[in-house]
Design a protein around this ligand. Structure first.
Ligand code: ACO
Length: 405
């Protein structure tokens, strides 16, 4: 017990009221005009445009322009933007040497955290974050270089020589080329697969204040270098509850093995021994609209490749069928999220599982930097500084080491 003259530092009476909301279930951390989610209706809008329309009628680079600038580009603006992105897609030669410092078997996300963070060592002296033009160029550099970095992380892991970006290809085609072309053979891009990848990029481009975007905002609120802030976002995205879910879905399907084991696995989920990866969402308590689009894309890709009888796909469909009809999952509103299907699509395209989350990271980079830019340009910006409920020891006096028991 504390003596009468000792203030109990567990009380915050002098600082007034504050909310205690672990996991931010009901706390808005900012105002934003970029993305709107209606979780009850299962709707997602970028700058007011429904995701379904953007996924069908637009493409990733146009969506990048929209997220960064607030409006769809005119034909001339689009051309200029594409040219600007292409201008920045190479990596500084010294940055290329950095890859060699990593173990060959490092996870590509670990390499991306390091290499994207290192961009801050290349673009620091000329960067004034209060200057809108500098913010714009930083955004272009990031959107342009992330696919190059992700593809190089993969190639380093495989011991393949670097494949340079090729202008004249679309953003998704160029990524496939950088991943898979070899000095002996140019990768032949299948337009159906390139379109599916572009759609994955579009669907992952932004998702308001998710964990990684909030991380980028919090890091940026101290005025830190934007490339370092994006590295913080990549680190946060890596976890299996967030961007790592697409990789975890494929691992889960491998572990279940075959359709006969599904019932046992589902019982294990209900007994809380496992999580059903690729299911559930903090905000969507109805279908994730991205998942519906991704499911359709999944169909297109599997048709194109003649993979509808693929055992992994059949297994995934069995899981989905049970989850959508079982009261346990219905009561908890556990619907498939975008990453349940995107993992299957990426796998069918031939992307190795370890690259699933790096692909999410490169697609989300535009959302992160759009939020960073929106925050920095707000004159009322404040450093993010959450409070806490202290649960530790009360005030006590220091004991000399010889008297400690
Ligand atoms: N599998 C099994 N049960 C689940 C799952 C799941 N995937 N998700 C939630 N639940 C259960 C919980 O055990 C809990 O049950 P209870 O009421 O009996 O205790 C109930 O549903 C509510 O779960 P919460 O943990 O409160 O949900 P929360 O909103 O905190 O979590 C999250 C959301 C992290 C996405 C969670 O659903 C999850 O881990 N899903 C799997 C990972 C995943 O797919 N993540 C990708 C998210 S989308 C994205 O980042 C692009």
């Amino acid at each position: 017990t504390l003596g009468p003259d000792v203030v109990d530092i567990r009380t915050f009476s002098k600082t007034g009221m504050f909310t205690f909301d672990p996991g931010f279930l009901a706390t808005a951390s900012c105002e934003s005009g970029i993305t709107f989610i209606d979780g009850d209706l299962g709707q997602l809008y970028y700058r007011g445009y429904p995701i379904e329309q953007l996924a069908e009628k637009s493409d990733y680079l146009e969506v990048c322009y929209l997220l960064l600038n607030g409006e769809l580009p005119t034909a001339a603006q689009r051309k200029e933007f594409e040219r600007g992105i292409m201008r920045h897609n190479m990596l500084h030669d010294q940055l290329m040497s950095l890859f060699k410092g990593f173990r060959r078997d490092a996870h590509p996300m670990a390499v991306m955290v390091g290499v994207v963070g290192a961009l801050s060592a290349f673009y620091h002296d000329s960067l004034d974050i209060s200057n809108p033009e500098h913010r714009r160029i930083s955004a272009h550099r990031l959107v342009a270089k992330l696919p190059t970095i992700a593809a190089q992380a993969y190639r380093y892991n495989k011991g393949l020589p670097f494949s340079y970006p090729k202008n004249g290809l679309t953003y998704a085609e160029n990524f496939l080329h950088m991943m898979f072309s070899t000095p002996c053979e140019e990768y032949k891009v299948n337009p159906v697969l390139a379109r599916a990848l572009d759609r994955i990029f579009t669907l992952h481009a932004d998702h308001e204040q998710n964990a990684s975007t909030s991380t980028v905002r919090l890091a940026g609120s101290s005025g830190a270098n934007p490339f370092a802030c994006i590295a913080a976002g990549i680190a946060c995205l890596w976890g299996p509850s967030h961007g790592g879910a697409n990789e975890a879905v494929l691992k889960m399907l491998d572990e279940i093995g075959s359709v006969e084991n599904v019932a046992d696995f589902m019982q294990g989920v209900k007994d809380k021994r496992y999580k059903l990866m690729g299911f559930g969402h903090r905000v969507y308590k109805n279908m994730d609209p991205r998942a519906s689009i991704m499911k359709q894309t999944c169909d297109e890709v599997l048709n194109e490749l003649g993979l509808h009888n693929d055992p992994k796909f059949k297994l995934a469909m069995e899981l989905e069928k049970i989850a959508l009809s079982d009261p346990y999952f219905i009561e908890r509103k556990l619907y498939p999220n975008v990453d349940f299907y995107s993992g299957i699509v990426l796998s069918a395209i031939g992307i190795p599982v370890s690259m699933f989350t790096p692909i999410f990271a490169l697609a989300r980079t535009v959302g992160w930097i759009a939020h960073w830019s929106e925050m920095i340009s707000d004159p009322a910006m404040k450093i993010g500084r959450p409070r806490q409920l202290y649960t530790g020891a009360p005030r006590r006096d220091f004991t000399a080491v010889e008297k400690r028991k």
